[in-house]
Design a protein around this ligand. Structure first.
Ligand code: 13P
Length: 238
C-alpha cells in the first residue's frame, strides 16, 4: 500500500472542500492511501468532510512549541485538534523561504510526535548540489539533522530542482537515493518521491524500488489527476 500525499501549498478556499468531496466520492483505491494537506485555514473543514472516509487530512507545517507568544504560528497540537493526522515538516520551500535549518525541522518533527501526529520530513538537494556530485552527502546530512527519534515517520525525497519544473530524476537516480534513504530510516518507513509527479510519469516513479508513495504539489489540486496518480501505485487497478 503506497501513500499518496497532496501538498496544496498556498492554494485553496473554503469552497475547495468540493475537491475533497470528489476524492471521498471516488471511493478507496486498492493500492493507495490518500492524504490531503491543505493550508491551515482549511484543515478543520476538510477533516470534517473526510471523517470516516478513506481520505486523510494533514497540514503543511507546525511550530515546535505547544503554545505561546508566537504570532502567526500554529502548534502541532492545534493541527491535531483540527483533525490532522500528519504534518509536513522541512519542505524545501520552508527551508529556503523561511530559513528553516535541520535543527528547526527536527524540533518540528518532535513536536508532531508530542501532538500525536506523524511527521512527513522532507529532504532534497538543489541542482547545484546534484551537479557537484554532492546529492547523497547533502541528503545524509539532512536526514541526520532532521529526523526525530522513535515514532511513526514518513520521509519525502524532493529534489529542489524537480519541484514545479516538470523535470524529474530518472528512475535510476530515484532508486539510488531511495535506497540510500531506506538504509537510514527505520524499516517500514514510507519514503515518498516528490517533484513534478504527474499522471503520465507516476507509474514509472512509483514502481522504483524503495519508493513508498508520492508527495504531489500542483497535480494534487485536480482530483482527476490526483486520483490518476494514486491509481498508478503498484497494486492498484490498471
Ligand atoms: P510539484 O508536484 O508541483 O512539483 O510540487 C512538489 C512538491 O513540492 C510537493 O511537496
Amino acid at each position: 500500500m503506497q501513500l499518496i500525499v497532496g501538498n496544496w501549498k498556498m492554494h485553496g478556499r473554503l469552497a475547495s472542500v468540493a475537491l475533497v468531496e470528489a476524492l471521498v466520492r471516488a471511493g478507496p483505491i486498492p493500492g493507495a492511501r490518500l492524504l490531503v494537506c491543505p493550508p491551515a485555514t482549511l484543515v478543520a473543514r476538510f477533516a470534517e468532510t473526510a471523517r470516516q472516509s478513506h481520505v486523510g487530512i494533514g497540514a503543511q507545517d507546525c511550530h515546535a512549541e505547544p503554545e505561546g507568544a508566537f504570532t502567526g504560528d500554529i502548534a502541532a497540537e492545534m493541527l491535531a485538534d483540527a483533525g490532522a493526522t500528519h504534518v509536513i515538516v522541512g519542505h524545501s520551500e520552508r527551508r529556503t523561504g523561511h530559513g528553516e535549518t535541520d535543527p528547526v525541522v527536527h524540533a518540528k518533527a518532535a513536536a508532531a510526535y508530542r501532538a500525536g501526529l506523524t511527521p512527513i520530513v522532507c529532504v532534497g538537494e538543489t541542482l547545484a548540489e546534484r551537479e557537484a556530485g554532492a546529492t547523497l552527502a547533502i541528503l545524509g546530512r539532512q536526514l541526520e539533522g532532521s529526523l526525530p527519534g522513535a515514532g511513526p515517520l514518513v520521509v519525502a525525497y524532493e529534489p529542489v530542482w524537480a519541484i514545479g519544473t516538470g523535470r524529474t530524476p530518472t528512475p535510476a537516480e530515484v532508486a539510488e537515493v531511495h535506497g540510500f534513504i531506506a538504509a537510514r530510516v527505520p524499516a517500514g518507513t514510507p519514503v515518498l518521491y516528490g517533484g513534478s509527479v504527474r499522471p503520465d510519469n507516476a507509474r514509472a516513479l512509483l514502481a522504483v524500488p524503495n519508493v513508498g508513495g508520492a508527495l504531489v504539489g500542483g497535480a494534487s489540486l485536480t482530483p482527476r489527476d490526483f486520483l490518476a496518480i494514486a491509481s498508478a501505485a503498484p497494486g492498484s487497478a490498471p
